[in-house]
Design a protein around this ligand. Structure first.
Ligand code: 16G
Ligand code: ZN
Length: 533
């Protein structure tokens, strides 16, 4: 195997760079990524062998980044993000000299007590970026050199690959997550959607901006499985679904654009009070919004989706008389608007847990609840159900028709929601279901609580690694003395809150601030940025 790996490795020479498996795997300009993807393929084989031949997923995507970027990340057997300790092994292999690749591979095998005879199984997919096919070749070269079996799922959304990874590993077991195919994914979602809607009707259309990414063709495919709008489906108007012109991906559209620019994509023609949503380039994030005749653009971000889902599921659990036996909670990051946290704790009466930024942290914390709702403000999130919750949904004996109906809806939701990772398509159907049940327009949803004015600033610093945080990134421990200065400032503002943290994806520090008024939030953000600089 050594000679095969060495020969293959030489075909994928490493540029003079230091690589790091970050919050979302490796991500950078695609031209730098060839050796990285090759070595990630080797890690995938090792990981699969370590787990007794369970299937590992590899996704090639750079999500909301510009078209010339790409990235690669690994998916663990249950569809979760790669276990933390393996990020370091990936980083180690990615940075080895070309000629040392077989040696580092071997040393990992020994250190982790991996039996090279165990089968290795890997599945993979990519988004629509033009650099994808070439990177897939690097991956295949690695899988062949490492003697792994593999399946190419071609173009998929990131959550579809997570779904397939879990399905593959649970096939034929009582925990089976669904049929192991792309079609199985659409069937599962559409069938669960019909059950969750229970004859309720959505009102008016929803305009879906697909960021000109892989979500476009996949949503078109999903629509073939959903009932027509007139028969209890959703009237979906797709925009920005051009995947042939590479340069338009995430350009003036998509979830990240809408969230950061606080405006609808210029291409949107949605009328006043009409629902709109935007996916990102690999369809694992979603943001809703609408135009209010009086107040203009209104954003319904990840916090608003989390609160909507938590309130609906909380009500169902009450109706199903499960509220006392199931622990329901919401997981957020420091970026969650303070008003949303207060709403969940005070209005919904549910606990809130705060974790560092990055899906893996939120997901992990959410699994500590029986029903864990997690969303980042930027729109990445989902709901996870414990085995105990699923069992209760299926075995609780209803004593009234209302209780039976609530249990049935909970069962449907647990199938509708992609529990492996945030999934824009699944989240969209969830939101549509909830709004239909509540007979809410986006306006009523928006009015559940009022966001505190907030500002996010990107600060260029000499060395972002000097910024070390604690308390789920809400406090700086280093550089010394900086947190004290921030605290002293924050005290001067009504409802003031601010924090600074090093970005995990860019060479910068991000400062977030919120306060009772727009001008105070802006002022606080710029003063904290001044301290950090
Ligand atoms: C990554 C994370 C995303 C997070 C973002 C923060 C995943 C799959 N993605 O894209 O959840 O919001 O990083 O970026 O975990 P930042 O560290 O630059 O602020
Ligand atoms: Zn994404």
């Amino acid at each position: 195997m050594d000679t095969q790996i060495l020969a293959a490795s030489k075909k994928h020479p490493k540029p003079d760079r230091v690589f790091q498996y970050g919050t979302a795997g490796f991500r950078m300009k695609a031209i730098l990524l060839d050796s990285v993807v090759f070595r990630v393929g080797l890690v995938a084989a090792l990981r699969s062998r370590k787990l007794g031949g369970q299937t590992i997923g590899v996704m090639i995507t750079a999500s909301h980044n510009p078209p010339e970027d790409n990235g690669v990340k690994l998916v663990d057997p249950m569809g979760e993000m790669l276990e933390n300790s393996w990020e370091a092994y990936s980083t180690e292999l990615a940075n080895a000299k070309d000629e040392d690749v077989p040696k580092v591979y071997k040393s990992l095998e020994e250190k982790l007590k991996i039996n090279p005879e165990t089968p290795a199984r890997v599945i993979y997919a990519r988004d629509t970026r033009p650099s994808g096919p070439k990177l897939v070749q690097a991956l295949v070269d690695a899988l062949e050199a490492a003697g792994a079996e593999y399946t190419d799922y071609k173009l998929l959304t990131t959550p579809q690959l997570h779904y397939l990874t879990r399905c593959t590993n649970t096939e034929g077991t009582p925990q089976s997550y669904g049929e192991v195919s792309e079609k199985g994914y659409y069937e599962k979602l559409s069938e669960a959607f019909v059950r969750a809607m229970k004859g309720k009707k959505t009102s008016g259309p929803v305009t879906v901006d697909c960021a000109n990414g892989v979500g476009g063709p996949k949503l078109t495919e999903l629509l073939k499985f959903l009932p027509k709008a007139s028969a209890g489906g959703v009237d979906i108007k797709i925009i920005n679904d051009d995947v042939l012109k590479a340069e338009v991906l995430n350009h003036e559209c998509g979830a990240d654009y809408v969230k950061t620019k606080q405006r609808a994509p210029p291409s949107s023609k949605a009328g006043n009070n009409e629902r709109s949503c935007s996916l990102d380039g690999d369809a694992d994030r979603i943001i809703y919004y609408f135009n209010d005749a009086e107040h203009g653009f209104r954003l319904l971000d990840g916090d608003k989706i989390a609160t909507l889902a938590a309130s609906f599921i909380g009500d169902l659990a009450r109706e199903a008389r499960l509220i006392d036996e199931l622990k329901i909670g919401v997981v957020q990051t420091a970026y969650a608007n303070g008003a949303s946290t207060k709403y969940v704790e005070k209005q919904l009466g549910l606990p809130v847990v705060c974790t560092p930024t990055g899906v893996k942290w939120l997901h992990h914390a959410a699994t500590k609840f029986d029903v864990g709702v997690y969303f980042e403000a930027n729109g990445h999130g989902t709901v996870v159900f414990s085995q105990q919750a699923l069992k209760a949904f299926h075995t609780k004996e209803p004593e009234s028709p209302a209780q039976a109906a609530a249990l049935e809806t909970l069962r449907a939701l647990s199938d509708l929601i992609n529990q492996t990772v945030g999934d824009a398509l699944s989240d969209m159907l969830l939101v549509e279901t909830i709004l239909a049940h509540k007979t809410w327009t986006p306006r009523e949803w928006d009015l559940t609580y009022v966001d505190l004015p907030n500002r996010l600033v990107r600060v260029e610093v000499g060395d972002r690694n000097l910024f070390k945080t604690t308390d789920a990134e809400r406090k700086l421990v280093e550089p010394q003395g900086v947190q004290e200065q921030i605290d002293a400032l924050v005290k001067k503002y009504k409802d003031g809150r601010s924090f600074a943290r090093a970005s995990g994806t860019e060479d910068a520090v991000r400062v977030y601030a919120e306060a009772a008024t727009r001008s105070e939030a802006d002022d606080l953000a710029s003063k904290v940025a001044g301290i950090v600089k």
